[in-house]
Structure formats: structure tokens, C-alpha cells
Design a protein around this ligand. Structure first.
Ligand code: PAF
Length: 277
């Protein structure tokens, strides 16, 4: 199996993918089966498949886990090789932030960046959208694939590409789950054995919410909250919205989103559902 080409700069990227159409999966490394799914989803969408590996400092608050974030580059290359990635873009911090991580230009995520995850992590989405815009500028993909697990991130990146006319088609990929339903995440490795068992209640709560969908949004929230309570999980938020994270409408497609700290990590999950009229 020949491994992917590793590119560190825009010039190396250009040399690697020439003028071909590009499908792109941005990551922060620590790749797991969820990422493998994103890569496999992206594979047929372009002539050249590029994955980036960059732990982006600007999306971590000073008290968050930037230094401790798992860095597993060699294992990540194996995953990329298995998924048929052609080019791994692994830039340095100065390549991404020529004037330092406090570069004077950044992307304002607007009001949607201040709610849900944004209210717990006020600078997070500015960092995410800024790095994604820079990655799009360097990689110049035709299509980029992101996981639905980080649903607010996916929604904001759709807005970013559309509102800044970046010309990148944004594709969402369904969440990949462990056998007990826990959504795969690089931070699940921080769960203790006991917390790992409790963590399964987060997705169980979503399933209970989906079943209550025909009875309306209020019943969805009551049913999901009851499951969380069984496991002693107190959510940071548990909300029903429309698919674009606006107000939910009876009789329409909706999204149920939850965030909760279980031991050390904060777990995020969400699902689509249909609300009764
Ligand atoms: O979802 C992630 O891994 C990151 O937020 C992303 C999109 C790669 C930006 O750093």
C-alpha cells in the first residue's frame, strides 16, 4: 500500500494535486472510525482526496485542552492510507497563521456562533471558521466533508461557504457510533470506565426524544431529559430546533441537540427527527 503524499505548504499541495478536482476532509488528527467514514464518503467526490491534519490553536480557549489534545500523526497516516487519501496537508502554525495565532483578520461567526456551543465556548467558532476559511484558501477544494456530530459547526461552515461565496460544496456525513450508541469522538478517550458506561445515556436520550417526536417538541425534551436524569447527567443544553438551528416548527423536520459533561469530556450529540403537527 503506497501512503499519501505529505504536503506542508500551498506550493507542495499544488504540486501534489495539480489541476484535478479536490474533495477535502479537514481534521485535527487523532483519527478514529468516524473520520474513516468521512474520508470514505469524500473519496468518490473528487479526483484527488486531501485530508488536513492541524490542531488549530485558535479554537481552544486558554483553559481548554490544546496542549493535551491527542497528536497521533503516524497512526493518522495509516488511517489515511487505508481510506485512499492522496494528499495529507499537515501545515505548521506559521503557515496557517503567518502573523501568529492572533492574526489581525478573523471570521466573525455572527449570532449563530454565540448560542449553544458558542455560549459555553465564546471564541470557539471564530477559531473554527477562521481556520476553515484559511484551509479552503490553501487547499482550494471543490467539496468538503464534515461530520454531523458537530452539527452547529457543520451548519456554520455551510453559512461560511455560502455567505463568503467560497464556492466549496459542503457535505454532511452521518455520525458514526459505538455499538452502544455513543457518538465517536477523539475526546472519548478521556472517559473513565464508569463514565464511559454513563456516556451511552446521551444517545439513548436522543432516541427517546425521537420516539416522542409525534407528540411535539415539549414531549421530546421531557422524554430525553428523563433518560439523562436516570444516569445523573445534567445537560448544558438540550434543545429542539429546525434543521438550520432556527426555531422548531410543528409538523416539520427538526434537530434535537444535547451537550453534557460526563466526567472530564463534554459530550455533544444530535439527531434529526420529525415533530408532530
Ligand atoms: O471538527 C474538527 O476537527 C475541527 O473543528 C476542524 C473543522 C478540522 C477545524 O479545525
Amino acid at each position: 500500500m503506497t501512503g499519501p503524499i505529505i504536503a506542508r505548504t500551498r506550493a507542495e499541495l499544488l504540486a501534489a494535486h495539480g489541476g484535478s478536482s479536490v474533495s477535502f476532509v479537514p481534521t485535527m488528527g487523532a483519527l478514529h472510525d468516524g473520520h474513516l467514514q468521512l474520508l470514505e464518503h469524500a473519496r468518490p467526490l473528487g479526483e484527488t482526496l486531501v485530508a488536513s491534519i492541524f490542531v488549530n490553536p485558535t479554537q481552544f480557549a486558554p483553559d481548554e485542552d490544546f496542549d493535551a489534545y491527542p497528536r497521533t500523526f503516524d497512526a493518522d497516516l495509516d488511517v489515511c492510507a487505508r481510506a485512499g487519501v492522496d494528499v495529507v496537508f499537515a501545515p505548521s502554525v506559521p503557515t496557517m497563521y503567518p502573523a501568529g495565532p492572533g492574526d489581525s483578520i478573523s471570521v466573525d461567526p455572527g449570532p449563530l456562533g454565540t448560542v449553544l456551543e458558542g455560549s459555553a465556548r465564546p471564541t470557539h467558532f471564530r477559531g473554527v471558521l477562521t481556520v476553515v476559511a484559511k484551509l479552503f484558501g490553501l487547499v482550494r477544494p471543490d467539496v468538503a466533508v464534515f461530520g454531523e456530530k458537530d452539527y452547529q459547526q457543520l451548519t456554520l461552515i455551510r453559512h461560511l461557504s455560502r455567505e463568503l461565496a467560497l464556492g466549496v460544496d459542503i457535505v454532511g456525513c452521518p455520525t458514526v457510533r459505538e455499538p452502544d450508541g455513543l457518538a465517536m469522538s477523539s475526546r472519548n478517550r478521556y472517559l473513565s470506565e464508569d463514565d464511559r458506561k454513563r456516556a451511552a445515556y446521551v444517545s439513548a436520550a436522543l432516541r427517546a426524544g425521537v420516539s416522542a417526536g409525534p407528540r411535539g417538541a415539549e414531549s421530546v425534551l421531557v422524554a430525553a431529559a428523563a433518560v439523562l436524569e436516570t444516569a445523573g447527567i445534567n445537560p448544558d443544553y438540550l434543545v429542539v430546533t429546525d434543521p438550520d438551528l432556527g426555531p422548531a416548527r410543528p409538523g416539520a423536520e427538526a434537530r434535537l441537540l444535547v451537550a453534557a459533561r460526563v466526567g472530564t469530556p463534554r459530550l455533544l450529540d444530535n439527531t434529526s427527527l420529525t415533530l408532530g403537527a
